[in-house]
Write a protein that binds this ligand. Sequence first.
Ligand code: UDP
Ligand code: MG
Length: 325
Amino acid sequence: MPAHIKKQRLLSLVIPCYNEEPVIDETIKRLKAFSAELKHINIELVFVDDGSHDRTAEIIKSYMASDTRIKLLVFSRNFGHQIAVTAGVDATAGDAVVLIDADLQDPPELIHQMLEKWDEGYQVVYGTRTKRLGESLFKRVTARLFYRLLNRLSDVDIPLDTGDFRLMSRTVVNTLIAMPERDRFVRGMVSWVGFKQIGIPYTRAERFAGESKYPLRKMFSFATGGILSFSTKPLQMAVNFGMICSSLALTGILYVLALRIFTNIWVEGWTAIMISILFLGGVQLISIGILGEYIGRIYNEVKQRPLYVVQESLGFKVDQTIKKQ
Ligand code: UDP
Ligand code: MG
């Protein structure tokens, strides 16, 4: 494509921010420097303030007067990373959209390579983490296990060790926007969409400043959310486990009957009875719990609440607050 046509294109960056005061100045500087390197494409920076309690939104606003490429959505409260990403994507106007964290763990410079792949015809270009710097052994190990477990359980091919840092074409973005589910596991949803996708390996940098906004509790619910929204295998596993227990029980019954009929031995099995009652009780409760998880999610879906509430929408041409959510 000739350069003068490429100039018309627009790249949107979506940057979810939650209490990122210590890092946001530096992020904006890095993103501005990156934007200056872009020769054949215009850029918009869509920040989403996910109900921060600190000065994140004010700092972003302070840059807006001098830079019309910066846009900002402010949520009425904290809705979570995946919802913030969703809102940002809904608000973009670009021919391609890049999701990038606010803490500079995803190097903006990698976007150059993503753009090259996009030019080659790929609709999704995602960053695959080959190394993770500055993260605890626990986080690295659990993340590794999570992506492998997810891949086993899910019917959709979700790339391993891949976060939300990715470029998506407008076609993919429009499909994503048309997916109404509340339980949003964005990286899985993008895989589900299909088209030509490719990964670029990169080293995930250390967080520039501040703390991770994913404490263990959030990480766990993110992981279970991902699995439950992309797989019904846990339900099948409950059935299979039930079958195994029933077969064992049947063998036990036959054994006890055989003893009773053919021998004089009294079965003294108090321990055996207690163990099997407790074991089966546990299995049943777990199975009910799994069912409950799915039902809870169905309940959330049928309520049909908006995914997020925007308190302020700044720098956009159309008022995003009344946009379909
Ligand atoms: N984030 C968000 N809402 C949340 C938690 C996180 O918008 O409730 C943002 C956060 O500001 C960051 C990105 O999501 O830009 C990833 O979060 P974080 O860096 O804390 O996660 P980690 O890299 O430690 O997995
Ligand atoms: Mg981070």
